[in-house]
Design a protein around this ligand. Structure first.
Ligand code: SF4
Ligand code: SF4
Length: 394
C-alpha cells in the first residue's frame, strides 16, 4: 500500500514502507514478506493468478511494481452467494447536505430511480443467490420526480419494490426521515403489520446537538427528523439512528451512544445506534472541503500485502459479500458496493451473475472508507439499543 499522486494532489508518503522502517517493524516486515510469499503460492495453487490487465482499465501494478489488492466474490460449494443487496434508488433528494457523497439534491438524477418492473428480475436473481438482506438507499428513497414536484403523494414504484423485497429477505430503508417519509405512513404501517421488524428504518442524525446537524443538513432538519423518529416509534418500530464518527469529534462510542439515547429517552423512544467510521471525499463533501480550505487526501494504492498490514481480511469487505444495483443512463448496472457509483472502471455488468467476479481495490474509497483506521461498512451494525443493553450483531 502506498500513496500515489493524483491529479492536483501532492505525492504522499509510503505508509507500508514507513511502518517497515522502524526497528520492530523491520523484524515484522521480514515476517510479512514471508507470509506474503506464502500467500502468493496459495493464490497460484488455487488458480487465482493475478490478471495481466483489467478490462475496464484499472492499473494493476503500482509504479514500484507492487500488485494491486483484490477481493474475490463469496463462494459456497463453488457457487457465488450474495449476503447483502444494495439498491440505489437514485440521487434525487429533497435535501442537499453539505457532505453528501452522491451529491444528491432536488435536481440531480445522475443515479436514476429504478422502477419496480426493472428491479423485479434482479430481486429474483438475488433470491436465487441466497440474499440475506436488502438495503434501499439513495438519494431519498421516498421521493421521485412526481413526489418532489407535487404531482403525486407517494412513490408507488418504491413501495412496490419494497413489498417485493420483503417477500425475499429482511429489508432496510435508509432515509433522511424528514418530510416525505410521512406521506408513506399508511403503506409503512401496513408493511409493519405484515412483516414486523423484518423491515427496518435507518435514519441519519449528524449529531445529537441540533446546531451540528443543521449545519450539515439544513436549518430545521434536526427537529423534523427527531419528530419523525418519534412517530415511527409510536407505530411500533425501533428506528436505527445512523451517525458518522468524523462529524462527532473526539467523542467515544459510549459518549455518542449516551448522547443519542438521552435525546430520545426524554420522549420515551427506543432507538438503536449505528456508527459509520469514515466519510467519503466525493460529491458535495469535495466542495465542502474546498470551502474550508482543505483538499482531498492522496489516493492510497492498496497492494496484496495491505490486508495483513492493516488487519483487514478481504472477506470482511463489502465487495466480497455484497453487490449494489444502480441505474445509470437508462441502464441497470451492478457495482461492488454502495460507496462506488457511476464509474465505468468499477462497473461489474448488467446482472448479478455477471457481477460475481474479482474486484480490484482501485478506488480512492477502498482505503479512505473501508481500510483506513477501524474501517467502515455500510452494513448496519448497531452499537447498542437505547435500553442500554448490547444488541447482538447479525
Ligand atoms: S446525505 Fe442523504 S439526505 Fe442528505 S442530500 Fe445526500 S441523500 Fe439526501
Ligand atoms: S470501496 Fe470498499 S467495498 Fe467497495 S470495492 Fe473498495 S474495498 Fe471493496
Amino acid at each position: 500500500m502506498r500513496t500515489v499522486a493524483g491529479p492536483g494532489i501532492g505525492g504522499g508518503s509510503d505508509l507500508c514502507r514507513r511502518w517497515a522502517y522502524t526497528w520492530a517493524g523491520k523484524v515484522r516486515w521480514k515476517g510479512r514478506r514471508a507470509e506474503a510469499a506464502g500467500q502468493q503460492k496459495q493464490v497460484r495453487a488455487a488458480g487465482l493468478e493475478a490478471d495481466v490487465s483489467h478490462p475496464n482499465g484499472i492499473e494493476l501494478t503500482s509504479p514500484k511494481g507492487e500488485q494491486r489488492g483484490f477481493v474475490e466474490p463469496k463462494l459456497r460449494d463453488g457457487r457465488p452467494v450474495l449476503e447483502d443487496l444494495w439498491v440505489m434508488q437514485g440521487s434525487l433528494c429533497d435535501l442537499k447536505c453539505k457532505h453528501c457523497y452522491t451529491a444528491s439534491s432536488p435536481s440531480n438524477d445522475t443515479l436514476q430511480q429504478i422502477r419496480f418492473n426493472e428491479l423485479r428480475p434482479h430481486l429474483d436473481d438475488a433470491r436465487a443467490f441466497g440474499v440475506q438482506k436488502i438495503y434501499f438507499t439513495g438519494g431519498e428513497v421516498f421521493v421521485n420526480e412526481d413526489v418532489l414536484r407535487g404531482r403525486a403523494a407517494t412513490n408507488e414504484d418504491f413501495l412496490a419494490s419494497l413489498e417485493y423485497a420483503l417477500s425475499i429477505a429482511p429489508t432496510e430503508i435508509l432515509t433522511n426521515g424528514r418530510r416525505y417519509i410521512r406521506n408513506h405512513y399508511d403503506a409503512l404501517a401496513g408493511l409493519f403489520r405484515q412483516h414486523g421488524d423484518r423491515l427496518r428504518l435507518r435514519i441519519t442524525l449528524e449529531s445529537f446537538l441540533p446546531a451540528e446537524h443543521d449545519a450539515i443538513r439544513g436549518k430545521g432538519t434536526f427537529a423534523q427528523t427527531v419528530e419523525t423518529v418519534g412517530q415511527l416509534s409510536a407505530m411500533g418500530w425501533v428506528p436505527i439512528i445512523n451517525a458518522e464518527r468524523p462529524f462527532l469529534g473526539v467523542l467515544t462510542d459510549e459518549e455518542i451512544r449516551n448522547g443519542f439515547v438521552e435525546l430520545f429517552e426524554k420522549q420515551g423512544v427506543k432507538v438503536e445506534i449505528n456508527l459509520i467510521e469514515n466519510i467519503l471525499e466525493m460529491g458535495h463533501q469535495l466542495v465542502r472541503l474546498g470551502e474550508n480550505g482543505g483538499a482531498p487526501s492522496p489516493e492510497v494504492f492498496i497492494t496484496t500485502n495491505c490486508f495483513q498490514t492493516l488487519n483487514k481480511p478481504a472477506e470482511t469487505l463489502m465487495c466480497h459479500y455484497s453487490r449494489c444495483v444502480q441505474k445509470l443512463g437508462g441502464r441497470i448496472r451492478f457495482y461492488p458496493c454502495p460507496v462506488i457509483y457511476n464509474e465505468e472502471r468499477f462497473d461489474l455488468g448488467g446482472t448479478l451473475e455477471e457481477s460475481f467476479r474479482r474486484v480490484y481495490l482501485g478506488h480512492k474509497n477502498c482505503y479512505d472508507y473501508c481500510m483506513k483506521g477501524a474501517g467502515a461498512t455500510c452494513r448496519t451494525q448497531p452499537l447498542a439499543s437505547s435500553d442500554r443493553s448490547v444488541v447482538p450483531q447479525a
